[in-house]
Design a protein around this ligand. Structure first.
Ligand SMILES: C[S@@+](CC[C@H](N)C(=O)[O-])C[C@H]1O[C@@H](n2cnc3c(N)ncnc32)[C@H](O)[C@@H]1O
Length: 341
């Protein structure tokens, strides 16, 4: 892997953008095996904790007609729960061959796999912890201008003048200098292509991140890059490339404007805790308690992880954008915060 990256950097004249580096490293990371997710993997996601997240999300998806398209389905845990709860046509688009095989083994013919986005879309689109895995450009704001932070053959940071597209984006962001952060051009392009295809329905993006003002907060002057290996989080993306997860937080304002530019409406934006409470997570818990008191304790622990401000409750957000959908959506009936985007 290291050799492959070095070769590409040399062939490109000794420097590649961080986005290209992240893309290469994650292609190998997600493509090589299927051990990323879960208690014994590198990180754990909400659907990996148990069925509570999926059962609660299903109550929201019930309000949207049509098929469900899940992007980046990981181990297939969320698909399994949603499929059981909703009994709808379920489509998956997964870029990792290894994870797609894992999903196919778990879900069989209950789901249909797509190789690319269909020309036209309707129904509900769900992406949980997918945008944080999309390549980001690394940018430095300096006293004498904006630089792009890329990767040299030594696998270390090297600054170059920013390309015009990146410069334009960076100039629209106000930060105190010196300041380093990321700009998710790929995430925006992804949202644009989904939005342009959506005839009727809603896209739910669930991930960790902030509205723009908080994302580029003066105190966050070292950016949001984070790497995960065996449940250890650190900030060095050049450690063992291809063997660790590399992520960046999501700029939800940027995703919302990409959707709006393609003609979609913002249907709601809230913290994960608020969204799940609005969807009735406490009813799902109470029902589980009635079904079996024995199963209640692990479910309560799961709820704690999903809702607690110190765990996933506040850092994770839910953004819904769409077209032709009856509002307000259940998940945004209270504490909706799209005015912060
Ligand atoms: C952090 S995992 C999350 C998996 C799952 N959604 C969950 O919550 O457990 C990221 C997933 O997104 C996939 N992925 C990354 N980029 C993608 C893209 N552009 N389109 C579809 N899937 C993508 C990865 O292969 C992986 O399955």
């Amino acid at each position: 892997m290291l050799e492959r990256i070095r070769e590409e950097i040399s062939a490109a004249g000794g420097w590649i953008s961080f986005a290209r580096y992240m893309e290469l490293a994650l292609q190998v990371y997600y493509g090589a095996g299927d051990r990323q997710l879960g208690a014994r993997g590198d990180f754990i996601t909400a659907p990996e904790l148990g069925r509570l997240f999926g059962r609660t999300l299903a109550r929201q998806l019930q309000e949207i007609d049509g098929p469900i398209l899940e992007l980046g389905a990981g181990s297939g845990a969320l698909a399994e729960t949603l499929q059981k709860e909703l009994d709808r046509e379920y489509l998956i688009l997964e870029t990792s061959g290894a994870l797609r095989s894992r999903q196919a083994a778990r879900l069989g013919d209950r789901v249909k796999f797509l190789d690319r986005l269909p020309e036209r879309l309707h129904g509900a689109v769900v992406a949980n912890e997918v945008v944080d895995a999309m390549p980001v450009h690394a940018v430095g704001w300096r006293a004498d201008g904006v630089v792009e932070r890329g990767v040299s053959t030594q696998l270390s940071w090297e600054e170059r003048p920013a390309s015009s597209a990146l410069l334009e984006e960076a100039k629209a962001i106000e930060v105190p200098v010196p300041y380093d952060s990321e700009i998710g051009l790929a995430g925006r392009a992804w949202m644009r292509s989904l939005a342009e295809r959506l005839d009727e329905g809603a896209i739910f993006v669930i991930d960790y991140g902030f509205p723009r003002r908080e994302y580029y907060h003066p105190q966050r002057s070292m950016g949001t890059l984070m790497c995960h290996t065996r449940h250890r989080a650190h900030g060095n993306p050049f450690e063992r490339p291809g063997e660790q997860d590399i992520t960046a937080h999501v700029d939800f304002s940027a995703l919302a404007s990409a959707a709006r530019e393609a003609g979609l409406e913002v249907l709601g934006y809230a913290t994960q805790a608020q969204f799940l409470v609005n969807c009735g997570i406490t009813d799902v818990l109470a029902q589980a308690n009635l079904e079996s008191a024995l199963h209640y304790a692990p479910l309560a622990a799961e709820a704690q992880k999903l809702l607690s401000p110190n765990e996933m409750g506040e850092l994770f957000k839910v953004l819904a954008v769409g077209r032709g959908v009856k509002q307000p959506l259940l998940g945004f009936s209270r504490g909706e915060r799209s005015n912060t985007l």
